[in-house]
Design a protein around this ligand. Sequence first.
Ligand code: TGC
Ligand code: FAD
Length: 417
Amino acid sequence: MLRTIRPQAALRAATPQARSMAKFAPYNWEDPLNMSSLLTEEQQAIHETARTYAQEKLVPRIKEGWRTEKLDLNILKEMGELGLLGPTIQGYGCAGTDYISYGLIMREVERADSGFRSAMSVQSSLVMTAINQFGSEAQKEQYLPGLAKADILGCFGLTEPNHGSDPSSMETTATKKDGGWVINGQKTWITNAPYGDFFIIWATTVENGVRGKIRGFIVPRDAGDIQTPQITNKLALRGSVTGSVFIDNVHIPAENVLEKSNGLGAPFSCLNHARYGISWGVMGALEDCIDKARTYALERHQFNRPLASFQLVQKKLVDASSAATLGLLGSLHLGHQIDKGVYNPEMISILKRNNCGNALQHSRILLDILGGNACSDEYGIGRHEANLQVCNTYEGTYDVHTLILGKAMTGISAFAN
Ligand code: TGC
Ligand code: FAD
């Protein structure tokens, strides 16, 4: 039987302001749905630290990094000093924050530039997570404190020249020999590769000539013949350094295997962390595009009026702002689910896909507001837009996440042969 809602109960639940709809809270275009009210004091403090750092220290370094395709490695050290690297890890010199704080950090770093967030994601979300989740206690003690301070830099090598979306077909091998492993293979599009002190290399194991599971291996740069040429003349993420990793018959000891990694689920578990972080980060980049486009539209006059007075311009701003605020609330909700331990990878796919797709689409539309100045690298929106094309691609393309979700909805894998 349907229960009637009693008016008294509904009234009791509402605040005095809500009962009197005549009194509204002021509209804040920078936080339209008042998300900040949902953050704890500690989350707000971490957010403020990350925002101040990014605006004061990262923003002034963007142009140089973008034009020269170099990453100032002091940046990772500074992030380490502030406790921004591996923030959710408990112990080993890490901050031990919740997942919402981690998301807020990514949002603020990427508000400056996706390249900085990328350099950070790899060190923090991929490499540190791989060791923390799949490494031995000895590996954690040996690597995590140094990674947290960026005294050492790690890279995450999953993608190969012939296998990006389908890493299960990878050609890199780890062959059991003389009590250790011999690694052979090529990885490409590897963030931070030219700077890496070591590489987490995902390889198919081969024992007695039989191919086994994919496992993770810690491969130090000085372990043998390892070449890491930089991929130059990129059209995007120019502030982050990307390279290939060529490994030729490099012998590593048995203790360098990530002992708990046993199958593709291991690298994908690391990707869960990073994809969640990207869902926040790209919203930060979009917020910066909105801010820059709004300022420009208010200052620039055509037909004796500010651009911001034209309905078509307002629609562009409002569409982008709505996408950003809803995307952030989605990531916040997901962060709560992760903190409570009641999430699944598909939830992460929804937010990675939705937020990257929207950030890319709306940054492209906002770019139009700059007119001819969209062509200059002084204005920032074009830089974000170029970066967001990559964010929509790495860590699972938009379409790959579509198919992950399609499989979850229908029970039918579109990947299977
Ligand atoms: P499939 O059969 O679906 O799965 C294989 C095994 O993995 C498990 N698994 C997961 N486990 C944890 N979390 C997830 N998200 C997982 N997804 C899958 C799965 O349960 C299974 O386990 P088991 O025990 O049964 O073996 O594998 P498939 O080969 O059919 O995979 C299909 C697909 C497309 C989903 C997958 O291959 C995929 O996600 N492709 C995208 C590749 C990707 O994201 N690459 C990222 C490279 S790293 C990077 O881009 C860093 S950029 C960093 C920066 O600069 O910010
Ligand atoms: P492909 O897999 O060849 O895909 C090409 C196109 O085909 C895409 O549009 C894709 O959606 C589509 N496609 C593929 N399969 C299907 C299908 N089944 N159904 C429908 N469409 C499909 N990787 C790392 O391992 N570590 C890193 O640190 C790293 N950093 C990166 C940094 C940058 C700047 C870039 C650009 C990439 C980085 N990557 C890294 C690689 C990245 O993860 C891959 O580029 C990405 O996974 C896509 O793989 P791919 O480039 O081989 O494209």
